[in-house]
Design a protein around this ligand. Structure first.
Ligand code: FE2
Length: 442
């Protein structure tokens, strides 16, 4: 089935999957067409300023009160929520993981989520969690909504098909989607299996960063964000609705699908974005700018310029800086950096950081190019170079990221990651040139 989308970021959209289903000129007619129920979904307080006020009107077969029932608590051990101070023995340090293996037993999307880090406090609607997912079974009659935050999904392996209340989104590696807080979904893997990353954002919603002197274009352009047209299921079979609410999980049974929205209008909606349409802006003479130049989406905190979480990418691009060390510099940061790799190789690491893997450089812990990367970048001839075959990303948050016990105990945690800097030698020998001899470069 060909999927259709509407372009724009945060637009006021309208869409109907049956003609005349969407009321015109008002939100709540005495009787809706097709006998539908009108329902408002509020993504911001009613009185939020116009620029951040988000809500949609949904016209559905049954109101959402019919999609709930007697909830029972369910344990979901691997999906953690901040504050989560798991007991584990791992000391602080720079950390890196190999990719999680694909599951061998049947597992669906929500059962295939493993939390790596949590930050902030879900009860105060601040902070985030970073997860990995790996699954091989579709959520046929299982549905889910997350009251704790919006979810940015970033596939590394295999497509994702996300049937949301407001339409169907399909993404592949190099694309992302954002599912708003509270939106019912079911997720399937059109390729049979899928693996990737999730940023669960407890805070203010992702927005496009201001561009400052860059002006009105480049970076992520609003028209490249796509929101699905309305789609629905009219399905009366036993179904389960799973809910995440303040870090706890619940489920209830229904005798129908809750994805029954025939038409909707408004600006609170899911969207996808193709990272290949990101227009990077960077150094065209010398030096390496701060990575904030690669911010795709930013979820603000109450403090200006201090993100609850930024979603940043490092895409293919040209490197042209003269007399400069071109990879990212050595760094200590008040923000905490969770990184992953969708494909290829990241320019600060010559080895060990692989697609599907994760690295964590937490608050004030130093990081930067590995020995090989440093030596190569320090001696290479600085011709214009196109960085090919690379797509890394970062979830960068103002809050320290607490490691889950799962992440600390994962057998694919690399024990020797910090050794990647052990070959960096002392070059200081009292001369202005320093010692760049082969002896210290090996
Ligand atoms: Fe950094």
């Amino acid at each position: 089935m060909a999927l259709h989308y509407m372009p724009g970021f945060g637009n006021d959209f309208e869409t109907e999957s049956l003609p005349g289903a969407l009321p015109q000129g008002q939100n709540s007619p005495q009787r809706c067409a097709y006998g539908l129920y009108a329902e408002q979904l509020s993504g911001s307080p009613f009185t939020a300023p116009r620029g951040t006020n988000e809500r949609s009107w949904l016209y559905r077969i049954r109101p959402s009160v019919k999609h709930s029932g007697r909830f029972s608590p369910v344990k979901r051990e691997h999906w953690k929520t901040a504050p989560n101070l798991d007991d584990h023995e791992l000391p602080i340090g720079q950390l890196r993981w190999d990719p999680a293996p694909m599951p061998t037993e049947p597992v669906n999307f929500i059962d295939g989520i493993r939390t790596m880090t949590t930050a902030g406090d879900v009860h105060g609607q601040i902070g985030m969690a970073a997860h990995i997912y790996a699954f091989n079974r579709d959520m046929e009659d299982d549905y889910f909504f997350n009251a704790d935050g919006e979810m940015l999904l970033l596939p590394e392996k295999g497509k994702l098909n996300i049937f949301t209340e407001m339409g169907i989104i399909e993404i592949e590696p190099s694309e992302v989607c954002v599912i708003p807080r509270g939106m019912m979904i079911k997720v399937s893997a059109p390729d049979g299996e899928a693996r990737g990353y999730i940023c669960e954002n407890y805070g203010a919603k992702f927005a496009l960063p201001d561009r400052g002197p860059i002006g009105a274009n480049c970076l992520a352009n609003p028209r490249d964000f796509k929101t699905p047209v309305a789609a629905f299921e009219d399905k009366e079979v036993p179904c389960r609705l799973h809910v995440k609410w303040c870090g706890k999980f619940y489920q209830t049974t229904l005798d129908h699908s809750p994805l029954d929205v025939i038409a909707w209008h408004g600006n609170y909606a899911p969207y996808k974005y193709d990272l290949r349409t990101f227009s990077p802006v960077g150094a065209i003479l010398f030096d390496h700018p701060d990575p904030s130049i690669f911010t795709v989406l930013t979820a603000p905190s109450g403090e200006q310029g201090t993100a609850n979480v930024d979603f940043v990418i490092f895409p293919p691009r040209w490197l042209v800086a003269e007399h400069s060390f071109r990879p990212p510099w050595y760094h200590r940061n008040i923000m905490s950096e969770f990184m992953g790799l969708v494909y290829g190789q990241y320019d600060a690491k010559e080895e060990g950081f692989v697609p599907g893997g994760v690295s964590l450089h937490n608050m004030m812990l130093p990081h930067g190019p590995d020995t090989k990367g440093f030596n190569k970048a320090s001696t290479t001839e600085l011709k214009p170079q196109r960085l090919e075959n690379t797509l890394a990303f970062m979830f960068e948050t103002r809050f320290p990221q607490h490691l889950t016990r799962f992440a600390a105990d994962a057998p694919y945690l690399q024990e020797n990651y910090a050794d990647c800097w052990s070959g960096l030698r002392k070059r200081f020998d009292g001369t202005p040139e320093g010692d760049w001899s082969e002896e210290v470069m090996k």
